[in-house]
Design a protein. Structure first.
Length: 263
């Protein structure tokens, strides 16, 4: 299905998804959010796609919500912000979390507001040295959304999460890496290539096991030891019945590289 604001290109087993509103720093309006939701649904259903890269066109990753939509410059009444969160951002974060394929986010420029938290919802965040992250909500009198109040404390600790959310200061890519908020930092001209290389590596791995591992790690955010042990037992039962488990064991015994099929 063609899309106007989100580009998607599948290269072998890797899908590269690009937010494509560069004139407004890839800020979201509801149409782009719906398109990204649709693209994620399409890719989830395509068995041949085994990893994703999410990035932005132009000089930004995503500047968050397009304020012209919620506060129209002509003075007309825009949609309620809570409705935008419910319709646009919550479904996106839930889709990213539920997608049992790895998602690499290539943050090529500023990631602000919901754009920052959308990046943090992904499994790997790689950033250009020139990129930055801003919890910009407080600067316009709002509260972090798109999972930010969950992701930030778990990633950087409560003290730093409060500093980011309450002060709304810009965090450089290097600082984000030092704080454990993101996975890696690269020069801008190699960021996308490095992100695609990581996704290509993940696409050759046992996709079912990766998805089950992702499910278990997300469950741990709201779990206890007994529930987590039981979940691990259940998921291990699923993984151990897969083609890739049998192939992995056979390859180990034969001292060769496994050929995983993602099932």
């Amino acid at each position: 299905m063609p899309h106007e604001f989100v580009r998607c290109e599948v290269r072998e087993a890797v899908a590269v998804v690009t937010l494509d509103r560069p004139a407004v720093l890839n800020s979201f309006h509801r149409a782009m959010a719906r398109e990204l939701q649709s693209v994620l649904d399409e890719l989830a259903a395509r068995a041949e796609v085994r990893a994703l890269v999410l990035t932005g066109a132009g000089r930004a990753f995503c500047a968050g919500q397009d304020l012209a939509e919620v506060v129209p410059p002509d003075g007309s009444r825009g949609p309620d912000v809570s409705e935008v969160v419910a319709e646009s951002y919550n479904p996106l974060v839930r889709r990213i979390a539920a997608l049992e394929k790895p998602i690499v986010c290539a943050v090529n420029g500023v990631a602000a507001g919901a754009g920052a938290n959308l990046a943090l919802a992904c499994d790997f965040v790689l950033a250009a040295k020139t990129a930055s992250f801003i919890q910009s909500f407080v600067n316009i009198g709002l509260v972090p959304d798109s999972g930010g109040t969950l992701f930030l404390p778990h990633l950087v600790g409560l003290a730093r999460a409060k500093a980011l959310a309450l002060l709304g200061d810009r965090l450089t890519a290097e600082q984000a890496l030092a704080w454990g908020m993101i996975y890696a930092v690269h020069e801008p001209d190699v960021l996308l290539a490095e992100s695609e290389a990581l996704a290509a590596r993940l696409a050759q791995m046992p996709t079912l096991a990766l998805g089950l591992t992702k499910r278990a790690l997300h469950a741990s955010l709201d779990s206890n030891l007994d529930r987590q042990l039981e979940l691990e037992r259940t998921l291990q039962g699923i993984a151990s019945k897969s083609h890739d488990y049998n192939e992995g064991v056979k390859a180990f015994q034969e001292k060769r590289k496994p050929r995983f099929l993602g099932r």
